[in-house]
Design a protein around this ligand. Structure first.
Ligand code: NAP
Length: 305
């Protein structure tokens, strides 16, 4: 199968591309980070221009497109709303139009941040989104455009962690590298989420494609925890000093501008029923994250640059 991965230098896109490069014909589209050592073909292009999207699809002729390209930093989106709207809001619609016309399967990656976090309990796919930040608003616009244009497209609201080429892309890397260097950090005790290890995410994503799923699904761990507890779990499994993590609440900080939801917990029942299996617990995901680190996977990614 020919797979086009947009955002192939990012946390999700790179891990997906590396996982399937040997089995499938993967083309990775990147913007500013090209890798010399990648085991899949790479195209550098600016996907905030519609004509570049058309050209990319025409040249790579994919059977499947995984859209991981985004402006995924909440603070950057707040500072550059126009860029966020193009990349997170417009690009998914252009891809959907192209994929729908050419009968190409599209998987679009959205976010848990589309909800305002006021619900008591988990958010399911029928809950009405209420985005708080520019990032969340632009991501909601993107998933709505995809759903309106291409009813066969699979839209996944996700949250994940893992290793990246910069070593700085995920919350897990943030805790791990700071604790390794004995640098004190802070962790929110009042923000709850359900992150999935990215290598589990890519397996579930591919199984969803193989099952022919379309429409909106939540894909994350079946277990939620606070960001502070997530840091402690990383410290424990890597045998690092968890006391370096100070518990704080969102209201304690003034360094963030983008409003954030405190409840990012998604109900994974719909995808679990469709795939016939539960999504991984935190213990299972973190054990795999630790194992991959011991196996030199983090260093392998950093050596790609
Ligand atoms: N990380 C999470 O836990 C999380 C949570 C919820 C949702 N998501 C969603 O998951 C998806 C993937 O996130 P991620 O964390 O992997 O993101 P990321 O690491 O920030 O990667 C973003 C990717 O988008 C590319 N990109 C940026 N501007 C571009 C442009 N103008 N043209 C083409 N490509 C461009 C980047 O390319 P270069 O690096 O080459 O510039 C990079 O490959 C996003 O849709 C995000 O909203 C992530």
């Amino acid at each position: 199968m020919r797979i086009l991965v947009t955002g192939a230098s990012g946390l999700l896109g790179l891990n997906f591309s590396l996982r399937f490069a040997a089995e499938q014909q993967v083309t990775g589209a990147v913007y500013s980070h090209a890798f010399t050592q990648a085991p899949f073909s790479m195209v550098m292009t600016d996907l905030s221009q519609e004509r570049n999207v058309d050209e990319l699809i025409e040249k790579s002729k994919p059977d499947l497109v995984i859209n991981c390209a985004a402006l995924a930093n909440l603070e950057e989106c707040q500072k550059k709303p126009q860029e966020a709207r193009m990349l997170n809001g417009e690009l998914p619609g252009w891809l959907a139009e192209k994929c729908d016309n050419l009968s190409i399967k599209l998987v679009h990656i959205s976010t848990d941040a589309v909800f305002d976090g006021t619900k008591k309990g988990k958010y399911n796919e029928a809950d009405i989104p209420k985005p708080l930040s520019v990032y969340a608003q632009s991501k909601l616009a993107g998933e709505q455009a995809v759903q309106q244009i291409d009813q066969d497209a699979l839209v996944l609201r996700v949250n994940f962690y893992g290793f990246s080429s910069s070593g700085q892309r995920s919350l897990a890397e943030f805790f791990l590298h700071n604790l390794e260097d004995s640098i004190p950090v802070k962790g929110f005790t009042d923000v709850f989420f359900c992150p999935l290890y990215v290598m589990d995410m890519v397996e579930y994503l591919m199984q969803a494609v193989e099952k022919g799923l379309g429409g909106l699904y939540h894909l994350c761990s079946s277990e939620s925890l606070s960001k502070y507890d997530f840091g402690l779990r990383i410290a424990r499994i890597f045998n690092l000093d968890g006391a370096l993590i100070s518990p704080i609440t969102v209201s304690d900080v003034d360094f963030i501008r983008a409003p954030r939801s405190k409840n990012l917990v998604l109900d994974t029942g719909k995808i679990e029923q469709a795939l016939g299996k539960a999504t991984p617990s935190q213990a299972d995901g973190l054990a795999r994250f630790y194992h991959d680190f011991q196996d030199g996977y983090a260093k392998k990614l950093q050596a790609l640059i």
